[in-house]
Design a protein around this ligand. Structure first.
Ligand SMILES: NC(=O)c1ccc[n+]([C@@H]2O[C@H](COP(=O)([O-])OP(=O)(O)OC[C@H]3O[C@@H](n4cnc5c(N)ncnc54)[C@H](OP(=O)(O)O)[C@@H]3O)[C@@H](O)[C@H]2O)c1
Length: 324
């Protein structure tokens, strides 16, 4: 496992980290003991950063992570959690107002609840689960978070950008107002390299990459029968509904043909592509199987990404939002 500096914090975090949305139960039935086993396996293999949220299983993902930390005897594991806004903006709203979405009483209650669920005295990284640029001129949220830092309840603060809106993070990155920015960046969604990454590099703001596998499609393991194998009501069944599954599948097959001379699997190419941007501090891979944890840890080998492949990948960029 290779480690990278997490922006200005000085933390050394594993290039591959653990995305813990699945542990909440929204992607299909989960067994908590298996989840704890997966987390401990990840820690054993050098993963020292976990991303979770209040939203994942109504706090259940945080509770399971808390239990894994109590059982873990090794080196420091950083946990990044997120707090939902009091009210989510409409995903189609291009300029939502942020004032009032994170009032002081609400942030304080949320932080106390996360501390309890995780069973820790201080949150390593608290991310606003919802961010919009209007928050730059309505800084009530930052006053509260600064106070919580002074009180010792929160160590560092970050924001998680809305799905497929990487440019909403450019100004907060340029100002260096928070320690980290979480963004979707993968073989389909390549736009963060254009404006967000240069701005974050200039202020040394850490970038947390999410959905490197496009929530599963870029694993390269789908077959035409995959959709019918998913549990009714699961997140992926909703996300890839209707024509979405077939269109994604066809694009994925094209990518598989392109990367096959270079990598043994599309999943490997997907991880190595995002790691090839030095601005990315860590890739939060959603993973629940022991096999995928070991595979992903193995992808952190420090080898360079082929430039001739990168040039061809530009044609496969695809902008859409299947979280809606
Ligand atoms: N708004 C936000 O802030 C936000 C939104 C979405 C996600 N997130 C965060 O990002 C994390 C990742 O998102 P995600 O889980 O939706 O997407 P993802 O990481 O793109 O994909 C996860 C899927 O890829 C599979 N997989 C992982 N490694 C693999 C490998 N080496 N080979 C083949 N398949 C592999 C997993 O299978 P197995 O489960 O079977 O291992 C799982 O089905 C979440 O857990 C969460 O922490 C944050």
């Amino acid at each position: 496992m290779h480690y990278r500096t997490f922006g200005r914090t000085g933390w050394q975090v594993s290039e591959i980290s653990f995305g813990a949305w699945q542990l909440g139960g929204q992607w299909g039935t989960v067994d908590d003991e298996e989840s704890i086993g997966a987390l401990l396996q990840a820690y054993e293999q050098g993963i020292n950063f976990v991303d979770t949220a209040e939203l994942y299983g109504a706090g259940h993902s945080e509770e399971v992570i808390g239990e894994s930390l109590r059982r873990w005897q090794g080196d420091k594991v950083y946990v990044a959690t997120k707090i939902q806004p009091l009210r989510w903006p409409d995903p189609d709203d291009d300029a939502p107002l942020m004032r009032g979405r994170y009032p002081e009483w609400y942030l304080r209650e949320g932080v106390d609840a996360a501390l309890t669920r995780l069973g820790v005295e201080r949150l390593d990284l608290l991310q606003l689960h919802c961010w919009a640029p209007s928050a730059l001129t309505s800084l009530d949220w930052l006053e509260t978070l600064n106070a919580l830092r002074v009180e010792g309840k929160v160590d560092r603060v970050g924001v998680s950008l809305r799905d497929y809106r990487p440019d909403e993070g450019v100004d907060v990155a340029a100002l260096g107002l928070v320690d980290s920015i979480q963004v979707i960046f993968n073989l389909f969604e390549q736009r963060p390299t254009e404006r967000l990454f240069p701005a974050s590099a200039a202020s040394d703001t850490a970038i947390i990459d999410r959905v490197a596998f496009d929530s599963g499609s870029l694993s390269g393991l789908w077959t035409p029968a995959t959709y019918d194998s998913w549990e009714e009501g699961s997140q992926q069944k909703e996300m890839f509904r209707g024509e979405r599954f077939t269109e994604t599948y066809e694009r994925v097959e094209a990518l598989k043909r392109l990367v096959s001379p270079y990598y043994s699997s599309l999943a490997e190419a997907a991880v190595k592509y995002v790691l090839s941007s030095p601005e990315v501090s860590t890739v939060i891979a959603g993973m629940s199987s022991s096999r995928n944890i070991s595979r992903n840890v193995g992808y952190s080998d420090g080898l360079p990404f082929p430039e001739e492949l990168r040039a061809q990948l530009a044609d496969h960029a695809w902008i859409r939002n299947y979280y809606q």
